[in-house]
Design a protein around this ligand. Sequence first.
Ligand SMILES: [Zn+2]
Length: 67
Amino acid sequence: MPRKVSCSFCGDPIAPGTGLIFVRKDGVIYNFCTHKCERNMVGLNRKPRKVKWTEEYRKEKALRTKK
Ligand SMILES: [Zn+2]
């Protein structure tokens, strides 16, 4: 049974059989839905909460605007 995973960067659900898995040298596993997410996390070293199109950012924003 394929597990339901969500993208490590943008937080979108990944359909089984799609997306890509990236394993860091220290053994940390990331699941990415697209190359866009992989590039942002691995290549550009961006943090999900700093990038506007991610789930993490929207959660942050919701918390910030609540107060
Ligand atoms: Zn993604």
